[in-house]
Design a protein around this ligand. Structure first.
Ligand SMILES: NC(=O)C1=CN([C@@H]2O[C@H](COP(=O)(O)OP(=O)(O)OC[C@H]3O[C@@H](n4cnc5c(N)ncnc54)[C@H](OP(=O)(O)O)[C@@H]3O)[C@@H](O)[C@H]2O)C=CC1
Ligand SMILES: O=C(O)C1=N[C@H](C(=O)O)C[C@H](O)C1
Length: 261
């Protein structure tokens, strides 16, 4: 193992998460920010100069960072993944809201370089997902409803984490296969429904609650992120783990299973 810090490129450096990643990297001796780009012009972030995003390919070729860390938007994340594939740079992305075509393009990039995608880099969410799978499997016939709450500037709904949890629920309860997004009017509940509720308000960092109810009892499993540093720390752990790996498609669970090293 080399003692050299892992050098990272940060896309969306002027965004909420990009800023958080750069700040978290500044607190780690083992990580150095080699490249930072943003689509629109921004002032330096935590002392790091931010270049225009259209220079990314050129900067990756010149600086050869060990890993790129991306929190942007789906279309840009795919373009950045293709730039990583061309430059041979591994990519960690926390971006959410990809459609099927964008996911196919992201996976195509992982044939050339390692790509690690996670809808949520909080360790508590990984634990929540395990608990949800166990609880839902243990309570056949119970109703399941999911509520997520985020700040009022979030674009995609439901959240990427909510979609991951819905996949988890469906993987252990085949009878629950109809995602119902909110209800209105005469809307009696079908047994196969999973109700999905997306709330947007104020500056809420991110909350996910799964309600499991039946047989005169209710179980609520909730995760609340206290601040975005939680996500940034997880993304840096993932970047550290991903550097030097073989091309392929990786998840945050791979990092956690390995003990985060
Ligand atoms: N996996 C996880 O743990 C987490 C994931 N997220 C996800 O990360 C993403 C970013 O979130 P957040 O930081 O709050 O968002 P912001 O809107 O604060 O920042 C997004 C950044 O990406 C840039 N960007 C957005 N769209 C494009 C585009 N089409 N092309 C180029 N650049 C673009 C923006 O640049 P500009 O300012 O120039 O527009 C901005 O710098 C979202 O998908 C969110 O869901 C967020 C938190 C945790
Ligand atoms: O946009 C956000 O803020 C967040 N997005 C991720 C998601 O869509 O699940 C993760 C986290 O909840 C914050």
């Amino acid at each position: 193992m080399s003692d050299e810090p892992v050098s990272i490129a940060v896309t969306g450096a002027g965004g909420r998460m990009g800023r958080e990643v750069i700040s978290a990297a500044a607190d780690r001796d083992a990580v150095a920010v080699a490249v930072a780009v943003n689509r629109t012009e921004v002032d330096p972030v935590a002392g790091v100069e931010v270049d225009p995003a259209d220079r990314l390919g050129e900067l990756l070729a010149a600086d050869s960072p060990d890993v790129l860390v991306d929190f942007t938007g789906p279309e840009s994340a795919v373009a950045y993944a293709e730039a990583c594939a061309a430059a041979g740079v591994p990519m960690v992305t926390g971006t959410t809201g990809f459609d099927a075509d964008q996911l196919t393009r992201l996976r195509a990039a992982s044939e050339s370089v390692p790509v690690l995608k996670a809808s949520n880099f909080a360790r508590g969410v990984a634990a929540l997902r395990r608990a949800v799978r166990e609880a839902v499997a243990a309570l056949p016939g119970y109703d399941v409803e999911l509520t997520e709450t985020h700040h009022n500037a979030k674009r995609d709904a439901p959240s990427g984490t909510a979609k991951s949890i819905l996949d988890d629920v469906e993987s252990v309860r085949e009878d629950l296969d109809e995602r119902v997004h909110g209800r209105e009017g005469d809307a009696p509940r079908d047994p196969g429904e999973i109700g999905v509720h997306a709330r947007r308000a104020g500056d809420v960092t991110g909350e996910h609650e799964v309600l499991v109810a039946g047989n005169r009892e209710t179980l609520e499993l909730t995760h609340r992120a206290g601040d975005r540093g939680v996500f940034a720390e997880g993304a840096l752990d993932a970047a550290d783990w991903l550097a030097g790996r073989d091309p392929g498609w990786y998840a945050f669970g791979d990092v956690l299973d390995a003990g985060g090293d």
